[in-house]
Ligand binder design. Structure first.
Ligand SMILES: Cc1ncc(COP(=O)(O)O)c(C=O)c1O
Length: 402
């Protein structure tokens, strides 16, 4: 019997090594990685600059805790603030921790600055959200698997339909301290809100003295063709959560970046983390910032994204996909009813999973989001020819046998 807990159901492959957009199993079979660690591997596997930064730092200093400073922490915060156009940075480790930090900050800002009566702060969130797995975060999940069995739930959240600006406006009242949303919902299947949604949400927050908190843990750091996904709409959040690619797939590091007057409500003793902003993570993350500052990866996401969306559009036109959507090098696709073996059309069958297994057999790594939806997030370093090869495999996997 396996000693591994059953909280995942991975595809049947055990990877042994990887380089760039490619990974190999122990038997030497090669796979094109079109998931990229849910966007943690935006720069591919083992990017030489990131690996070199990690090696150098391992020989120097790995952990200080925040009881002491270290020479990389302030430079890292300065560079991340400059890249994201923000004025304060708070380091953590995982995405969920960054979201928890943003929730705590927004609540404290609500009590200390906005004047909401203690215990009454509310935060507006979107249906279909994914922000992580802590007890507070799953309290406002609308995914039954993520939520059920983990009560009692943390109160103080109002769920509205994602992409519905009027619903956001209606949910805001005097107790509201923040609107917390993903710019584009990744786990939900790369759901892009309607045009006009983001400027209207920003305006509603401004009109009601409410913080806009953008969870860019999956959408940020180049994935959509811009440094932050909200740049696509010219909207700035008050707080932004970052994670995944911030550590280049080498180390976990996350952050909340935003307004100094908002993050400034946290004072010594109110929040922290032993590993948050450790020297090893900062060294790798500084090398990530070197890559992002060139703009090259954002540009690759944009141009390769056209190749991706053109190919998916053709699959939809040919009836091999029910729908596709997304921005940059990021796409959600829906498998048509009956396209996969044993798919009787029952809403909750797993044709997305069946497609991912067919892709695996063809040497392509992808992961279903849920039901009949599959998400593609190739590393931004993928070569155009390799991406086209992967899309050819997708077409073949979707084409019924003759
Ligand atoms: C938008 C978003 N927020 C938060 C998280 C949680 O990140 P982590 O798994 O590092 O806790 C994820 C992970 O998929 C995510 O996509």
């Amino acid at each position: 019997m396996s000693h591994l807990a059953h909280n995942y159901d991975p595809l049947p492959v055990d990877l042994a090594r990887a380089d760039g957009a490619w990974a190999w199993d122990a038997g030497g079979k090669r796979y094109l990685d079109l998931l990229a660690g849910y966007s943690a591997l935006n720069f591919g596997h083992r990017h030489p600059a990131l690996v070199a930064a990690a090696h150098r730092q391992l020989d120097t200093l790995t952990l200080t805790s925040r009881a002491f400073g270290h020479v990389l922490l302030e430079p890292w915060a300065d560079r991340l603030a400059a890249l994201t156009g923000t004025s304060m940075v708070l380091p953590m480790n995982t995405g969920a921790e960054a979201v928890e930090t943003a929730i705590k900050t927004a609540r404290k800002w609500g009590y200390d600055v906005k004047g909401v009566p203690d215990g009454e702060a509310t935060i507006v969130v979107g249906a279909g959200n994914f922000h992580g797995r802590t007890t507070t975060i799953v309290s406002f999940s609308t995914d039954d698997d993520a939520r059920r069995g983990f009560s009692p739930y943390t109160p103080g959240f109002r769920v509205v339909p994602y992409g519905d600006a009027a619903a956001v406006e209606d949910a805001i009242d005097d107790t509201t301290v923040a609107v917390l949303l993903e710019p584009i919902q990744g786990e939900q299947g790369v759901v892009v809100p309607p045009e006009g949604f983001w400027p209207r949400v920003r305006a509603a927050c401004d009109a009601n003295d409410v913080l806009l908190v953008a969870d860019e843990i999956q959408s940020g750091l180049g994935r959509t063709g811009t440094t932050l996904a909200l740049d696509l709409w010219g909207v700035r959040a008050d707080l932004t959560t970052l994670g995944k690619a911030l550590g280049g797939g080498v180390v976990p590091i996350s952050a909340v970046v935003g307004r100094a007057d908002v993050l400034g409500v946290l004072t010594p003793g109110t929040h922290g983390s032993t590993f948050g902003g450790n020297p090893l993570a900062c060294a790798v993350s500084l090398a990530v910032l070197d890559l992002l500052e060139t703009g090259e990866y954002q540009e690759r996401a944009k141009t390769l994204g056209e190749v991706l969306h053109d190919a998916l559009g053709e699959l939809v036109a040919d009836g091999l996909l029910a729908a596709s959507r997304g921005v940059g090098l990021w796409a959600g696709l829906d498998v048509p009813v009956g396209a996969m073996p044993d798919d009787a059309g029952a809403g909750d069958a797993a044709p997305g999973r069946v497609l991912c297994e067919a892709l695996l057999a063809r040497g392509v790594l992808a992961k279903e989001a849920h039901g009949r939806t599959v998400r593609l997030a190739p590393p931004l370093v993928v070569e155009e020819d390799d991406l086209r090869w992967g899309l050819t495999q997708l077409r073949a996997a979707l084409t019924p046998p003759r």
